[in-house]
Design a binder for this molecule. Structure first.
Ligand SMILES: Cc1cc2nc3c(=O)[nH]c(=O)nc-3n(C[C@H](O)[C@H](O)[C@H](O)COP(=O)(O)OP(=O)(O)OC[C@H]3O[C@@H](n4cnc5c(N)ncnc54)[C@H](O)[C@@H]3O)c2cc1C
Length: 444
């Protein structure tokens, strides 16, 4: 049975009940803080499609409810232990590399599943089991702070105060405006993703595609010039899901989803392995998700360090990193540890928040870059090189990312970084609190 540390007396208000906000709330609760969430959506809906959680998120989930949450997530997630990941050349369709899925480590499981279904498990755990107050249908319109506290203003005009406000309000963050003092406009990344999730009925009826749904879960990728197409079947082949990343120069305001058109997808797939079109044809509806880019923000922490940006609000990720939600979770774990370390010393909360940023900033930046490097590697594939070294096209699973224990790391480096933040003159410059980032280790 997991025991909670004594109550810290620290009050945290979180805006946003995505994976970032929920994890921050659950971890704050775990570390003894008093926490509540304000969320704009009026009710829980199973929105989205495929989402990935790396082993570094699995480690966090495993610590909740003595492993019960991880077990629930597993039953909803893809199981590739027998099928692995098959990478095809886009035109010939030949499998150029078969990446074996390592057996699941019970301490660090990996989860890939429907965002809405996995989100529901985490949401219900926070609200029903831990009794964390989650106020739905509450649009936060303003943030404010002074040296001693911060707060939010709801649409109703009501003000809510806390020792720390966490803005986990996603890519279109309102909290970011207060923290930065200006509106940070996103840039087009030059890419968009068409994405779809649907039942296997039509796939099973077609002799060309039924093999993907008859023998358990599958995962296949077709890599082409500046395009990649990933297709998976989940829950024993019952559900199908694909994502296709392609060039898109549309100048749009923000990363968001629009309805997509199958004819546009067919155009991109001209000259491709015909099985790709046979899969896409079965799609009842799809989403056109424009990928925007942001330069790393200069800071995630407000002037008085009473407001902190977390998750996508601080650092949006490209899907090719498969780490966006996981890094949001690591943020939540880290801030909860930092606050615990100043329990009973409310005057030190701003320093603890700055330590959080010290711990997280460089790691997040490095992980963010992997989204670009994997995309670029796939989109400019040298097929001659792949023939000589098939592993070079594998999806990277670097140990410094996936084997990381955010909680342990925060506990280990807190004291030294607290000194750096509160007495900068006493710490030699150039010291790095980063975890080691060794050469890329590809799981084969
Ligand atoms: C509806 C939805 C569907 C998604 N689908 C996918 C998917 O299929 N695959 C994938 O990889 N990623 C998806 N994502 C993104 C993914 O969940 C995030 O990139 C990642 O989990 C990091 O989460 P986050 O908590 O930082 O931000 P988010 O998940 O974006 O959560 C932010 C939350 O803040 C709330 N919010 C925003 N502004 C306010 C405000 N002013 N007041 C109160 N609440 C506010 C939003 O309603 C949202 O619930 C989706 C996100 C959303 C919101």
């Amino acid at each position: 049975m997991t025991t909670r540390p004594p109550k810290s007396g620290i009050k945290v208000v979180i805006v946003g009940a995505g994976f970032g906000g929920l994890t921050a709330a659950i971890e704050c609760h775990r570390q003894g803080h008093s926490v509540s969430i304000y969320e704009n959506f009026p009710e829980l809906k199973t929105l989205g499609d495929i989402i990935s959680f790396g082993a570094n998120a699995g480690r966090i989930y495993t610590r909740w409810a003595d492993g019960a949450i991880a077990r629930k997530l597993r039953s909803l997630s893809i199981d590739l232990t027998s099928y692995g990941f098959r990478i095809h050349k886009y035109d010939t369709g030949e499998v150029v590399y078969h990446q074996i899925t390592p057996p699941q480590n019970p301490e660090t499981p990996v989860f890939n599943g429907h965002r809405g279904e996995l989100h529901e498990v985490v949401f219900n755990y926070a609200r029903d089991d831990l009794k964390i107050p989650i106020h739905l249908g509450q649009l936060v319109e303003e943030y404010f702070e002074d040296e001693d506290r911060a707060g939010i203003v709801l649409k109703s005009g009501e003000k809510v105060y806390a020792d720390l406000v966490i803005g986990a309000d996603g890519v279109r963050s309102k909290a970011r405006e207060l923290v930065l003092g200006y509106v940070d406009k996103p840039k087009s990344s030059g890419y968009a993703v068409w994405r779809a999730w649907f039942p296997n009925t039509d796939m099973i009826a077609d002799p060309r595609t039924k093999e993907f749904c008859e023998n358990g879960d599958t995962f296949n990728g077709w890599i082409g010039p500046d395009v990649h197409f990933l297709f998976s079947t989940i829950k024993g082949g019952k559900d199908c899901c694909w994502v296709l990343t392609h060039r898109d120069e549309h100048d749009i305001d923000e990363s968001w989803s629009f309805p997509g058109k199958l004819e546009d997808v067919y155009k991109v797939l001209e000259g491709w392995d015909p099985i790709c079109k046979a899969i896409v044809e079965k799609t009842p509806s799809l989403v056109d998700w424009k990928l925007v880019y942001r330069d790393p923000l200069p800071t995630w922490v407000s002037k008085h360090a009473r407001i902190l940006l977390l998750g996508d609000a601080a650092h949006p990720f490209l899907p090719t990193s498969a780490q966006g939600a996981t890094q949001a979770m690591e943020d939540g774990v880290t801030i909860a540890v930092c606050l615990k370390r100043v329990a009973g010393r409310k005057e030190d909360i701003p320093a603890a928040v700055r330590v959080h940023q010290e711990i997280r900033y460089e790691r997040v930046k490095l992980v963010q870059k992997t989204g670009e490097s994997t995309r670029d590697r796939w989109h400019t594939t040298d097929w001659k090189k792949v023939k000589e070294d098939p592993k070079s096209i594998a999806f990277p699973r670097e140990d410094w990312i996936h084997q990381f224990d955010a909680e342990k790391h925060a506990e280990e480096v807190f004291d030294e970084l607290f000194k750096k933040v509160t007495q900068p003159e006493s710490v030699e410059s150039g010291e790095s609190m980063l975890p080691p980032t060794g050469p890329v280790a590809v799981a084969v």
